[in-house]
Design a protein around this ligand. Structure first.
Ligand SMILES: NC(=O)c1ccc[n+]([C@@H]2O[C@H](COP(=O)([O-])OP(=O)(O)OC[C@H]3O[C@@H](n4cnc5c(N)ncnc54)[C@H](OP(=O)(O)O)[C@@H]3O)[C@@H](O)[C@H]2O)c1
Length: 307
């Protein structure tokens, strides 16, 4: 079967190769992939690929081999799934605990945009706790995670300020419920109960400075690749006694399949609206990864698996 594998060339990160058909474990189904999406973290891994890297964590398609242990969906079921690897291929194996069924009304393209970014957004919300009435600041908000988070946090009663690189990149965030969209974190007004930071470099200490006393700083990424520097004494200027929380989406009590089913339900009931900035044939995956790296994609990019 055809699969996209790393090249090691930063100008063309993946290319097609022939791979053996997947051999599922008893608790794994085989899915014929119809669409997948790409993530910033995956793009970073492809920049310097380790031996044996098989990319692909966000897929949607149809079950072609059901799990031998009887768990999970039957052959022919439309699904969205979150394999740990090897999803950018015609067929992929996924543990049934990381699969959710799709109603006919949710397209493969829409579903493929959900897994990693959507799981991150709902788990960030869980980490934040009760947010009704809270003021929240989120940096790097114009990407995949940011759009999901803003819509869900607004629906949960928070007042959200989003930081995006430009007005065009912030447009949908306003439509999805952001109370304020700024293009420089320094322009965010007032103090925040919760700050979510994923850009790094100077964005992180500037965002921290917007936190109120005893606020919560949730640190979930470093999109710029530049580490952040914090000063102990800086906290006395506002965020005194703040909690700094490192976040990794995979550290979750809920199985992926359960949270995926929640995301699908929210989309199906018109309460979550994935922002898909680009949708292309999978032959264009390298070009899309370059656009992602260069901050040219608003929301998610989805690739359709063609012949
Ligand atoms: N901790 C976890 O478990 C976890 C899970 C998922 C994602 N992440 C991380 O969370 C971040 C957001 O994920 P995502 O999937 O939403 O990524 P994404 O779609 O690539 O969005 C990242 C956003 O960051 C903004 N940004 C600001 N300064 C940047 C810079 N110097 N370089 C690159 N981007 C910059 C960009 O928006 P503008 O151009 O509009 O500023 C971009 O839209 C990433 O860093 C990702 O690696 C962490």
């Amino acid at each position: 079967m055809k699969a996209l594998l790393p090249t090691g060339d930063p100008e063309k990160l993946v290319h097609f190769q022939e791979r053996p058909e997947p051999a599922p474990q008893p608790d794994e189904a085989v899915i014929a992939v119809e669409a997948f999406s790409v993530n910033r973290g995956e793009m970073f891994l492809l920049m310097r690929p380790k031996e044996g890297l098989l990319p692909g964590k966000d897929i949607a398609g149809r079950v072609v081999v059901a799990a031998a242990d009887g768990s999970g969906p039957a052959v022919g079921t439309r699904v969205v799934a979150h394999p740990p690897k090897a999803g950018w291929a015609e067929r992929a194996t996924v543990r049934t605990s990381s699969i959710a069924e799709l109603p006919d009304e949710v397209s493969f393209e829409t579903a493929a945009a959900l897994p990693l970014a959507g799981l991150t957004a709902i788990r960030l919300l869980r980490t934040a706790g009760s947010i009704v009435g809270k003021r929240i600041l989120i940096t790097g908000a114009s990407g995949g995670v940011g759009h999901y988070f803003v819509e869900l946090a607004h629906a949960s009663g928070a007042e959200v300020t989003a930081v995006s690189g430009s007005a065009e990149r912030g447009e949908r965030l306003t439509a999805l419920g952001a109370a304020e969209v700024v293009h420089d974190v320094a322009d965010a007004t007032g103090r925040y109960d919760i700050v979510l930071e994923s850009v790094g470099a100077e964005s992180a200490p500037q965002a921290l400075a917007k936190l109120r006393k005893r606020g919560q700083f949730i640190w979930f990424g470093q999109a710029s690749r530049e580490p952040a520097t914090f000063s102990f004494f800086g906290f006395f200027a506002g965020p005194e006694s703040a909690t700094v929380r490192h976040f990794h989406y995979a550290d979750s009590d809920e199985p992926d399949g359960v949270d995926l089913a929640t995301l699908v339900r929210l989309v199906h009931t018109d309460r979550l609206h994935p922002e898909i900035g680009r949708a292309e044939d999978w032959s264009l995956t390298s070009a899309i990864l370059t656009d992602l790296r260069e901050r040219r994609i608003r929301g998610k990019a989805v690739l359709r698996v063609g012949q």
